[in-house]
Write a protein that binds this ligand. Structure first.
Ligand code: HEC
Length: 318
């Protein structure tokens, strides 16, 4: 037992340096695609005007295509793959990404590409387009989430802390679910609740609280660049809070995400749009608004359109 614990600790210690534990754990969408898209697609991606050496690394057939017996990616053969030769090259004229692009792969990223090709270069899509798959969960007494937490703790060589006292638990839970501390009475109720599902009951109480929607809305309001003022010189107050309240209510009613986004992007275009669905599109009006007398209206309009496109199109939301 002692030695296996030591091994676990050792692995835990080296994990950040190793990046990944073994080749079969490399996931295309999680590990490889972000490296390629951040460092390679600018010159080897969809944009024809930037494409270099006629090479696309965003399309599997192009990455695997043989040209004079050479291919960017030869599944199972990292040493014969041009990507690996170029990424590990010591020659500044050969190395990818080129030094003048000011992009550089870390040793872990280089390793990831190598491990991925060694493992047969399984291709995939961005994770958002991959159907979710269920992980194998061994039959054990613990809750599946506890099982995964335990597994990771083991890898890091850590163990669970002692259970916190009830007033601490409730404080954490309340901040998590409502963004607010619990009242004195709520703490007392929880501390004196003898039932085995006392914790679960607190979770359910907090999920039913109207403050839960406010808490959830917080991140969306940030991503949607909500503000109570216009953002330019005078920074005059604006009255777009009915849209903010629409978001809070949507969370409190557990509106499905597709409907939530659809109504905000184009609720006004829905057949027989309700006033609420029209209100939802105020999402597009959260941009800064310039009320300065001397501004060029067309310039401002273009600014707003750019801001709107960036907000709708920026990945990494939510
Ligand atoms: C700033 C532009 C730029 C970026 C970014 C870039 N490349 Fe390149 N790449 C080039 C150019 C230009 C060439 C052709 C000149 C040469 O062969 O060095 C090339 C050639 C290659 C080749 C050789 C293709 C052949 O048919 O011989 C491979 C493989 C390659 N790049 C892989 C990568 C990988 C992998 C990345 C990201 C880690 C990357 N490149 C990032 C510009 C870029």
């Amino acid at each position: 037992m002692k030695s296996s614990k030591a091994l676990v600790t050792l692995i835990g210690f080296w994990m950040p340096l190793m990046g990944l534990i073994s080749a079969d754990q490399v996931s295309f969408s999680r590990d490889v695609l972000p490296i390629l898209s951040e460092n390679c697609f600018y010159c080897h991606g969809p944009d024809e005007d930037h494409r270099k050496a006629g090479l696309r690394l965003d399309v599997e057939t192009s990455a695997l295509a043989l040209v004079d017996g050479e291919a960017a990616v030869k599944p199972g053969k990292p040493k014969d793959s041009l990507v690996i030769k170029r990424v590990f090259s010591k020659d500044p004229d050969e190395i990818m990404p080129p030094p003048d692009s000011l992009k550089e792969l870390s040793p872990e990223e280089q390793q990831t590409l190598q491990q991925w090709i060694a493992a047969g270069a399984p291709w995939g899509k961005h994770w958002a387009f991959e159907p979710p798959t269920k992980s194998e969960i061994p039959i054990s007494g613990s809750h599946p989430i506890d099982y995964f937490v335990q597994q990771r703790l083991g890898l890091e060589g850590w163990t669970l802390a002692e259970e916190a006292p009830r007033h601490t638990l409730l404080r954490r839970l309340s901040f998590d679910l409502t963004g607010l501390p619990p009242s004195h009475e709520e703490v007392q109720d929880f501390e004196t609740d003898p039932s085995p599902d006392a914790h679960l009951r607190q979770v359910e109480r907090l999920l039913r609280s109207p403050h839960h929607g406010e808490r959830m809305a917080m991140w969306w309001l940030d991503a949607a660049r909500y503000a109570d003022t216009d953002g330019y010189q005078g920074d005059a107050t604006r009255a777009n809070w009915p849209w903010r309240d629409w978001v809070v209510q949507a969370f409190n009613e557990n509106m499905p995400f597709d409907q939530f986004t659809l109504e905000q992007f184009a609720g006004d275009l829905l057949p027989d749009a309700t006033p609420e669905q029209i209100l939802a599109t105020s999402f597009h009006r959260n941009h800064m608004t310039n009320g300065e007398g001397g501004r060029d209206p067309e310039e401002s309009r273009i600014d707003y359109v750019i801001d709107r496109v960036n907000t709708v199109g920026t990945y990494g939301w939510g």
